[in-house]
Design a protein around this ligand. Sequence first.
Ligand code: ATP
Length: 240
Amino acid sequence: MHAVEVSGISKSFGKTEVLKDISFSVSKGEIVGLIGPSGSGKTTVVKTIIGMEKADEGKVTVQNQRMPNRLLLNQIGYMAQSDALYMELSAEQQLVFFSKLYGVPKNKRKQRISECMGLVDLEKDLSKKVMIYSGGMKRRLSLALALLHEPDILVLDEPTVGIDPRLRKQIWEKLQLLKEQGGSILVTTHVMDEAERCDRLVLLLEGSVLAVGTPQELKNQFNTDSIESIFLLKKAGESA
Ligand SMILES: Nc1ncnc2c1ncn2[C@@H]1O[C@H](COP(=O)(O)OP(=O)(O)OP(=O)(O)O)[C@@H](O)[C@H]1O
């Protein structure tokens, strides 16, 4: 059983088809990277998985159950590309609010909040209003929120944008650990050294899956030494 299975999803906005017959899966204990140029459809795929967008064709299942399904949302930690945060609340108020929403037991809340904020290096900023957080701090808080209820499945849309290299490394170590503990992680990224840390990659180009494989398999397949150059080769090939 796959943790997440995307089967033949297509989606149009008006007359523009932005996803064309996309299929891939994420297994238990696996980090899958969804990689592609800006506008290739990564966010739309992610939103379709969690049920924020509806596919015109195809289906998404999470732990063998068809999405959208509100009950399954408790098992998914979702981090959107644009931070969905309450500016007027302090980080702590926000974390408490979400821990209630996600059903984190009362006696575990404090510990979970402190663990998640520790991971993103924001423990000292707990009582500050989100309004005065920097862009990077908001990203980090969004990640802490996604991890709060210890979900089996993480769906992270560009989680490390605006995060400095030291913390990015720390976050990737945590993702690695979660995966080793049996978590399933789907992450979108533009950052190519992050792509290399994924177990498998789904390369997306103009709404279609260009290829799926481990970073090494893809480099072999396209006879190149970097994932980035696959897209460059493809673009050059198309215009030639
Ligand atoms: N609500 C919408 N209405 C109309 N078009 C949309 C909508 N959402 C996305 N699109 C279009 O769908 C295409 C894919 O967008 P999407 O945000 O999924 O790409 P992306 O790969 O995540 O890009 P980026 O890396 O820049 O975030 C783009 O052409 C975008 O303009």
